[in-house]
Ligand binder design. Structure first.
Ligand SMILES: Nc1nc2c(c(=O)[nH]1)N[C@H]1C(S)=C(S)[C@@H](COP(=O)(O)OP(=O)(O)OC[C@H]3O[C@@H](n4cnc5c(=O)[nH]c(N)nc54)[C@H](O)[C@@H]3O)O[C@H]1N2
Ligand SMILES: Nc1nc2c(c(=O)[nH]1)N[C@H]1C(S)=C(S)[C@@H](COP(=O)(O)OP(=O)(O)OC[C@H]3O[C@@H](n4cnc5c(=O)[nH]c(N)nc54)[C@H](O)[C@@H]3O)O[C@H]1N2
Ligand code: SF4
Ligand SMILES: [Mo]
Length: 692
């Protein structure tokens, strides 16, 4: 057969709110160009720097092309090639006896390497459910914010991306969209051309903050105090929409009482900003219509992250911003898409369903879980780990402990990957997976409201196989006869969305396949007349659901676990707060191995304020040691007032083995969890810095 030549519609699979539609140009079976689809409204023909070079990643010289078995020591990264048949047999031989003894000793570990619903958990979830393996609580990114939204709005719902361009004021809060959501940034710039003001709320003068009209550089983890201070001023000065509050919110009096103690002076003290900044921000927010907030997950990676999202999420309802399509808030819009999670993951395959379920392991505490010897409370020691769509040795917190767990000789580890990542080095069995260009998938997005289909553009590179095929192969070798494990990718895709749901009434699976996307029907101003998906149908300032769990029903400011306020002894030893937010050229740890994207950065750096540097006799460009009780990492100092005083910033997430010292920022981060949503607290991390 003649190799394919043509243009294929696909979807960017990465963990990014924009979920772009791609046009892949294929010549003689080879992808030669990937560009943004001009007809998909959120994409509008534009891609970010990373994905416009997608072919470099796909055809990278280091792409894994064959199944491999470990021949060196754990972590050494020495392997020999084997056949797929041998690989499946080996997997089955090792997993079957563990499953027979106690399947909870098997742990899947995955995140959003691909956001595709099929190559994500498609067959994987069914496979692990059928085995009765431990469940993984996926908390490494957004679960604090998701809980904050759930208890306030009822779900991950918010404004349409498209309407930000008509806002007159946009608060870009804990978000660096030039890096992490360029298609939102395009809209924000358009709004500015139409007269809007942009205000960044971020401890760091990010690439975005420096381009905004104003930058409020608060201390990390203090956002809830700022939001409650705004609530205080808005109420005191009568800048609220009483009609909206009465009709569409619950718990105003209680919120008012809670905010009473958050006076501008107290908030200024907590946040390390001026009282005037608090008052002016509240006034501007209360008097500019329509006003919008682009919140991002950067502000929920500290102890009080769930409450912080709740506090900020109250603001648009207080001022009635939702009345206008260009007012409100967007953190995630993924809750609008009617995905049929149960049809995909089939929890009914669990042994004992629905009365019993296996134990749950929190992915943000992987280090502790792998190092646990097993007991009554924890359950069995983890004996087998299957990693796909994630690079935990680089991205999970408290990395030394994670690596120690992975290094256990008695742990059997399978890694499905495109590349030999830091995690892959520890595999017993390393299996080559296809990239988005080589397989089929369907998607929803969290930054816009389209469901999408990604068609296959090229044949697999080498012997790579889609995750779904790999799990089917292991299942077959284990002799599992459950038919749900052997459904095709297309059969899975047909079940992924609830086509009879009103939000998809204008679409169908055929239309999705044909057009590449279907717009989810969501009103232009989704909460102009309330209709929040909460139990009360209102925006819940006061949450009876939290109260029923014995938790604080109102949003509050909870100081970072690692802060002067909460732990003065720790703060005296480690006086600097470290945050490690996304770098422009990487996507989490993906792309770090693409030379053209890594070369401009050179080596991992630490931004440190001139005063903090001077106090430590550190000059720009010198190698420094960043350390706390959990570990040490060596970085190159960039002395700059981009970092506010008392805060150091190490843009992330580096592959450890591509750094001079073989380490990255997660050496320092902790396994402590947030207030709501049991999420990771990457930006709640005290350190000190010294010359290396
Ligand atoms: N290029 C690129 N794009 C990405 C990613 C990437 O790694 N690289 N990661 C993707 C992923 S997984 C996600 S979850 C998303 C969103 O990922 P986020 O983690 O939300 O990342 P950013 O949008 O870069 O915003 C983070 C901003 O929040 C700031 N920040 C840190 N702590 C605080 C705080 O306590 N309060 C406030 N107000 N601000 C704080 C940081 O300085 C940074 O500028 O981005 C996605 N897009
Ligand atoms: N210090 C610090 N740590 C952080 C963060 C931070 O801001 N600072 N951010 C956190 C956040 S928000 C997140 S979301 C996590 C992200 O953590 P991860 O979800 O682990 O993301 P990546 O590091 O991009 O790793 C994804 C891996 O999946 C692989 N992959 C992609 N597609 C496929 C596929 O189809 N099949 C298979 N088998 N593999 C595939 C890629 O090659 C890549 O190595 O990291 C967290 N860690
Ligand atoms: S990473 Fe984000 S901006 Fe870049 S192509 Fe993918 S979805 Fe679009
Ligand atoms: Mo994330």
């Amino acid at each position: 057969m003649k190799p394919f030549t043509g243009v294929v519609t696909a979807v960017c699979p990465h963990d990014c709110p924009d979920t772009c539609a791609l046009r892949v140009t294929v010549e003689d079976g080879k992808a030669i160009k990937v560009s943004g689809h001009p007809d998909h409204p959120p994409t509008a023909g534009v891609l970010c720097t990373k994905v416009s070079r997608y072919t470099e990643r796909t055809y990278h010289r280091d792409r894994l092309a064959q199944p491999m078995r470990r021949i060196g020591r754990k972590g050494e990264g020495r392997f020999e090639p084997i056949s797929w048949e041998q690989a499946f047999r080996l997997a089955a031989q090792r997993l079957a006896p563990i499953a027979a003894r106690n399947p909870e000793a098997i742990l899947p570990y995955s995140y959003a390497g691909t956001m595709g619903l099929i190559q994500g958990e498609g067959i994987a979830a069914r496979f692990f459910h059928k085995l009765g393996a431990s469940l993984l609580e996926r908390t490494i990114c957004s679960s604090a914010g998701a809980a904050g939204l759930k208890y306030t709005y009822g779900a991950g719902v918010g404004m349409h991306l498209e309407h930000f361009e008509n806002s007159k004021l946009i608060l870009i809060w804990g978000s660096n969209p030039i890096v992490s959501s360029v298609h939102f940034w395009t809209r924000a710039q358009e709004a500015r051309r139409r007269g809007a003001r942009l205000i960044a709320i971020d401890p760091y003068r990010s690439l975005t903050a420096e381009k905004c009209d104003q930058h409020i550089a608060l201390k990390p983890g203090t956002d809830a105090a700022l939001a409650l201070g705004m609530v205080n001023v808005l109420i005191a000065e009568g800048l609220i929409d009483i009609d909206y509050i009465e009709r569409y919110t619950e718990g105003f009096d209680e919120l008012k009482a809670r905010a009473a103690s958050y006076t501008p002076d107290r908030v200024a003290e907590i946040c390390g900003i001026s009282a005037d900044e608090v008052i002016t921000l509240a006034r501007e927010y209360g008097t500019t219509k329509p006003a919008s907030i682009r919140l991002n997950y950067g502000m929920q990676r500290a102890h009080g992250g769930g409450n912080a999202v709740r506090a900020v999420a109250c603001l648009p309802s207080l001022v009635g911003a939702w009345r206008d399509p260009a007012g409100g808030l967007l953190l995630s819009a993924s809750g609008f898409a009617p995905v049929d999670g149960a049809a995909l993951a089939r929890p009914d395959l669990l042994p004992g369903w629905p009365s019993k379920s296996p134990r749950t392991i929190n992915m943000s505490q992987l280090g502790d879980a792998l190092c646990h010897p097993g007991d009554e409370a924890f359950g069995p020691k983890i004996e087998a780990l299957i990693v796909y769509n994630s690079n935990p040795v680089a991205v999970a917190p408290d990395s030394d402990r994670v690596a120690r767990g992975f290094a256990r000789e008695d742990l059997f580890t399978i890694v499905l990957e495109h590349f030999q990542t830091d995690t892959a080095d520890y595999a017993d069995l390393l299996l080559p997976a296809t990239t988005q260009l080589e397989h089929f998938d369907v998607h929803r997005a969290y930054g816009h409201t389209y469901v999408m289909a990604s068609h296959r553009s090229i044949e697999p590179v080498g012997e790579a196989r889609p995750n779904t095929d790999i799990f089917r192969g292991i299942a077959r070798a284990m002799g599992l006869d459950e038919p749900a494990l052997y459904e095709t990718d297309e059969q899975l895709a047909r079940q992924a969305f609830k086509w009879d749901h009103p939000a998809l009434r204008e679409g169908s699976f055929e239309k999705l396949m044909n057009d590449g996307w279907v717009k989810v029907a969501v009103p232009e101003a989704p909460f102009a007349q309330g209709g929040f998906p909460t139990p009360s149908g209102k925006c819940e300032f006061f949450s009876k659901r939290l109260q029923a769990q014995g938790l604080d029903p109102l949003p509050d400011y909870l100081p970072p676990r690692e802060s002067l306020e909460n732990d003065p002894a720790l703060a005296s030893r480690y006086p600097l707060a470290m945050i490690s937010p996304p770098a422009r050229n990487f996507l989490n740890s993906s792309f770090v191995n693409v030379d053209s994207l890594r070369a401009p950065i050179g080596e991992p750096q630490l931004d440190i304020h001139p005063a903090d540097a001077a106090a430590r006799r550190i000059a720009d460009g010198q190698r420094v040691r960043v350390f706390n009780d959990r570990g040490t990492v060596e970085l190159t100092a960039r002395v700059t007032d981009r970092a506010r005083e008392g805060v150091v910033v190490g843009l992330s997430i580096w592959w450890k083995k591509l750094a001079a010292d073989g380490r990255n920022a997660n050496q320092l981060t902790s396994q402590a969890l947030t207030d709501l949503g049991h999420a990771a607290t990457f930006y709640d991390c005290l350190v000190d810095v010294a010359l290396a």
